[in-house]
Design a protein around this ligand. Structure first.
Ligand code: CP3
Length: 350
C-alpha cells in the first residue's frame, strides 16, 4: 500500500522523502529526546516551569524548546515537545513528574473497572499541545520535517497500572496473565484515545508521527501481537481513516528479531531500531521491507571521540543501499556533551 503525499512537500523535506522510501545521498538526522537536559538552553527554560506537566502544557515554553535543537544543530526533524503520559493525564489519571525520579500516577485498580478514567480522551485539556504544534509549524524552516508522537498502548498502560516506571514492567506482565480481559479494555481505551489525539496532531500541522513502544522488549512471543502489534496496527488504521496519507515511524524498543513484525504488520512507513540491533542484519532483513531509523548507542555519544566516528561511519555504511534515517537507539542522555553532538551531526552530514 502506498501513501502519496503532496510531492512538493516531499521534495522540500529530506526526512519526509526518506519516509516515503526515497534514499538520500546522506541520511537525514534527528535525535530522540533532542529537546532535553543535555542542552543548557533547555535547562534554562525548564527552570521557568513549576512542573514538567505544566511545561508540556505551556505553548510558549514548549514551542521554544522544540525549536532549540533545530536552531543549534539544524536537524532534519523537529519533534513536538510533550510526553507520552499526557494521554493518561487527559483521560483523568493525574500525572506528575518527580524531579530526578520520573513519572507518578495514582495506579489504576482492577476492581474499579476503569471507572477512574474518562470514557473518551479530553482533547480540550490537550489544546495547549495543539497550539504548540501550530506555532512550531509556523516557525520551522521549510526543509524540516515536523514529528508528532504518542506512546503505544502497552507502554502507556504499563505506567497507568504501576503508577511509575517499573523494572522489567512486572505489574503489567502479571496483569496480562491474571486479568487479560481488564487489560484488553484498558488497551482499547488507549487505542481510541491515541487515534483521536494523533488525528488532532495531524490537523494541527505535524508531517509524520512516531509511536514509542518503549517496552516492546517486555513482551512474550505470544503477547506481542495481542498487546503491541495489533493495537499499533489499529491505531495507524484508525488515524488513516481520517488522514489516509498519515506517515508513521514505529519504535519497538528491545524487540530484537520482532522488529520484522513491526515493519510488516503495523502498517508503519518506517521502523526505528534500538542500539542492540546489528545494522548489518537490519540492512539485509528490515531495510528491504521499510526505511530504517537508528541506531547509535546514546552512550557512544557521551563517550565521543574516534570510537563515535567509527560507529557512525559503520551505521551509515551498513544502511547505504536503501532509505535510512540516522538516529540514536534510544533517547540522548543528560550527561551528553553538546560538542559531541556537533561532531556527530558533522560526521553524519559528511
Ligand atoms: O525531544 C523529544 O524527544 C520530545 C519530547 C519527549 C519527551 N518524552 C520529553 C521528556 C518525548 C518524545 C518523550 C517520550 C517518552 N516519555 C517516552 C518514550 C520514549 C522513551 O524514552 O522510551 C517515555 C517512556 C516517556 C515517559 C517519561 N517522561 C519518563 C520515564 C520520564 C522521566 C525520565 C527522564 O528521562 O527524566 C519523562 C520525563 C521527560 N520527558 C523529560 C523530557 C525531556 C525529562 C524531564 C525534565 O526535563 O525534567
Amino acid at each position: 500500500m502506498t501513501h502519496p503525499v503532496d510531492s512538493s512537500t516531499i521534495l522540500e523535506k529530506p526526512l519526509l522523502a526518506t519516509l516515503n522510501g526515497v534514499q538520500q545521498k546522506r541520511p537525514p538526522i534527528w535525535i530522540m529526546r533532542q529537546a532535553g537536559r543535555y542542552l543548557a538552553e533547555y535547562r534554562e527554560v525548564r527552570a521557568r516551569s513549576k512542573s514538567f506537566i505544566d511545561f508540556c502544557y505551556s505553548p510558549d515554553l514548549a514551542t521554544e524548546v522544540t525549536l532549540q535543537p533545530i536552531r543549534r544543530f539544524g536537524f532534519d526533524a523537529a519533534i513536538l515537545f510533550s510526553d507520552i503520559l499526557v494521554v493518561p493525564d487527559a483521560l483523568g489519571q493525574g500525572v506528575s513528574f518527580v524531579e530526578n525520579e520520573g513519572p507518578r500516577l495514582p495506579p489504576l485498580l482492577v476492581e474499579n473497572d476503569l471507572s477512574e478514567l474518562k470514557s473518551e480522551i479530553d482533547l480540550d485539556r490537550l489544546a495547549p499541545v495543539f497550539e504548540t504544534i501550530g506555532r512550531v509549524k509556523a516557525a520551522l524552516p521549510k526543509e524540516t520535517t515536523f514529528l508528532g508522537f504518542c506512546g503505544a498502548p502497552w507502554t502507556v498502560a504499563s505506567y497507568m497500572i504501576a503508577g511509575k516506571g517499573t523494572p522489567e514492567q512486572a505489574p503489567i506482565r502479571l496483569l496480562a496473565y491474571r486479568n487479560p480481559e481488564y487489560l484488553e479494555k484498558l488497551i482499547e481505551r488507549l487505542i481510541q484515545s491515541s487515534i483521536a489525539y494523533l488525528c488532532r496532531q495531524v490537523e494541527a500541522g505535524v508531517d509524520a508521527l512516531q509511536i514509542f513502544e518503549s517496552f516492546a522488549g517486555a513482551l512474550t512471543a505470544d503477547g506481542l501481537e495481542q498487546w503491541s502489534i495489533g493495537p499499533i496496527r489499529r491505531m495507524i488504521e484508525g488515524v488513516r481513516l481520517r488522514h489516509p496519507h498519515a506517515k508513521f515511524i514505529v519504535f519497538g524498543r528491545g524487540s530484537g528479531a520482532n522488529h520484522v513484525q513491526y515493519a510488516l504488520k503495523t502498517g508503519a512507513n518506517a521502523v526505528a531500531i534500538d542500539w542492540a540491533v546489528d545494522p548489518a542484519w537490519a540492512a539485509s532483513v528490515l531495510q528491504p521491507l521499510k526505511p530504517v531509523q537508528g541506531n547509535l548507542d546514546p552512550l557512544a555519544v557521551v563517550a565521543g571521540g574516534d570510537q563515535m566516528d567509527r560507529r557512525v561511519d559503520a551505521i551509515i555504511e551498513a544502511f547505504s543501499n536503501g532509505p535510512h534515517i540516522f538516529n540514536l537507539g534510544h533517547g540522548i542522555v543528560p550527561e551528553t556533551p553538546v560538542t559531541h553532538v556537533e561532531r556527530l551531526v558533522k560526521r553524519v552530514r559528511g
